[in-house]
Design a protein around this ligand. Structure first.
Ligand code: NAD
Ligand code: UGA
Length: 457
């Protein structure tokens, strides 16, 4: 194995290839994309995505054994192994619209590989794809009677944004699904050998192709399900006198349940949870498993419910009107340590606030550019994008904290309070701040799954 090609230089392709290049100096790795701006950014030090530690790894390998290029067809012929990590969004048209995966980018890539490959090639699905997609890919690649032979493997990526480099450096497991034929197993071994450069052998799991594809959808569905479960209980906590943080802690100390992914908040965002669950639901329905589909569909419904509930609580507590009021949004990224805003709860929440005729001032340490794109169709006179949190809060009636950026914990809230319109409200959508301190400063504090701390009762 000498040359690796990765088609799709996004949140997965870029960081994954950088880490492989770092650990496998003997390999030449080329990462290609149709998006010229993206490739230009990968070639510069102003990378197209923000990810802690990424620039450092890229700088170590770029120009040595990692290259970024827009020349897709020129790099296919001599590639021994091709990772496909193009995007697979939810279909917006035709059959399965709103649920099924849109496979047009992926199929186009399969046909390009078929047309330009000159020797036997291992094709690796890195993108998250519906179960049995590898089979379809294999059918396209096998459609010629002569020419190079292809082995199609599934190697889903489990990295989370904001911790991508740490996750890639030290994964819980690497999953490789491959055909059970001798040629298929040889391909699995070739891919496993790459990962063994830095991942302990016992963490490299090999399965059949469909189990691998299914495990990726299932892992995201399980993680999202935990978030929706705790969020559903946060509504019950608000209606009673229970405190969701205490409930989470009590649940998490049970080793069978475990403590992670039990943080209540404004709901999950990110490009994948919703898309992958909808995909799973579509698959269930395709196979006539309606009850199973309905079960997973509720995970997505609860997530929407949680976002609507948050805005409803703001309206209700601020005397049933937000019209003309200035609301400072602290955090627009879907989670901390990323500039990614795809499916961020901030999008829906800000849209609803604008609909209520509020003046919305958005602050985020990394995601303001994406926020402006996400909200470009709204009346711009109701929106301000502000890089300074203190200026964002100045003259505001309320702050709504939507992302768990740690720097929000160390702001001078006394100064912020004094610059706001009174009575000042703070809605902590991530239960990130010290609520007792904020209450003492004078804020009326509303958090998730807890009794409000209000001076107005
Ligand atoms: P992304 O949108 O950031 O990147 C995909 C890239 O593919 C884009 O830059 C796009 O221009 C490029 N592309 C599309 N069609 C192409 C083509 N025909 N030829 C060349 N390039 C093409 O997406 P992403 O977040 O990197 O996700 C990619 C896949 O990985 C998805 O299936 C996703 O579900 C999965 N995944 C994502 C994450 C994550 O954290 N973002 C984690 C695990 C798995
Ligand atoms: C998630 C998975 O964690 C990855 O394993 C997977 O590879 C990836 O999706 C993918 O397939 O794209 P990611 O979406 O980057 O990663 O980030 P997470 O840390 O999973 O957070 C997702 C959302 O859930 C965020 O909005 C986060 O704020 C929210 N969340 C998470 C909570 O509200 N509470 C929690 O306890 C945990």
């Amino acid at each position: 194995m000498k040359k690796i090609l990765c088609i799709g230089a996004g949140y997965v392709g870029g960081p994954t290839m950088a880490v492989i290049a770092k650990h496998c100096p003997e390999l030449e790795i080329v990462c290609v994309d149709i998006n010229e701006d993206r490739i230009r950014a990968w070639q510069s030090d102003d990378l197209p995505i923000y990810e802690p530690g990424l620039l450092d790894v890229v700088q170590q390998v770029r120009g040595k054994n990692l290259f970024f290029s827009t020349d897709i067809v020129g790099n296919i012929p001599d590639a021994d192994l091709i990772f496909v990590s193009v995007n697979t969004p939810t279909k917006t048209f035709g059959q399965g619209a709103g649920r099924a995966a849109d496979l047009q980018y992926w199929e186009k890539t399969a046909r390009q590989i078929l047309q330009y490959s000159r020797s036997d090639t291992i094709v690796v699905e890195k993108s998250t794809l519906p179960v049995r997609t590898a089979e379809a890919m294999h059918r396209i690649l096998d459609s010629r009677s002569s020419g190079p032979k292809f082995e199609v493997l599934s190697n889903p990526e489990f990295l989370a944004e904001g911790t991508a480099i740490a996750d890639l450096e030290s994964p819980d497991r690497v999953l490789i699904g491959g055909p059970t034929t001798p040629a298929g197993q040889k391909a699995v071994e070739a891919l496993a050998a790459i990962y063994r450069h830095w991942v302990p052998a016992e963490k490299i799991l090999t399965t059949n192709v469909w189990s691998s594809e299914m495990s990726k959808l299932a892992a995201n569905a399980f993680l999202a399900q935990r978030v929706s479960s705790i969020n559903s209980l946060s509504a019950l906590c608000e209606a009673t006198d229970a405190d969701i943080t205490e409930v989470s802690r009590a649940l998490g100390m049970d080793r069978r349940i475990g403590g992670r992914f039990l943080q209540a908040g404004v709901g999950f965002g990110g490009s994948c949870f919703k898309k992958d669950i909808l995909n799973l639901v579509y698959l269930c329905e395709h196979y006539g498993l309606h009850e199973v589909g309905a079960y997973w569909q509720m995970v997505v419904e609860i997530n929407h419910y949680q976002q609507r509930r948050f805005v409803h609580r703001m309206i209700q507590s601020m005397f049933n009107t937000l019209a003309g009021k200035r609301i400072a949004i602290f955090g627009f990224a879907f989670k901390a340590h990323t500039s990614d805003t795809r499916e961020s709860p901030g999008i829906e929440i800000c849209r609803e606030l604008v609909e209520e005729h509020a003046q919305v001032v958005i602050h985020d340490p990394k995601a303001l550019e994406n926020a402006a794109k996400d909200l470009h169709d709204l009346p711009q006179k109701q929106l301000v994008f502000e890089s300074d949190p203190y200026r964002a809060a100045e003259g505001a009636h309320a702050i709504a904290l939507l992302t768990d950026w740690p720097q929000f914990q160390t702001l001078d809230y006394r100064r912020i309070f004094q610059s706001m319109v009174q009575p000042a409200f703070l809605f902590d959508g991530r239960n990130l701040l010290n609520h007792a301190d904020l209450f003492e400063i004078g804020f009326n504090v509303y958090s998730i799954g807890k009794r409000p701390l209000s001076h107005l009762d």
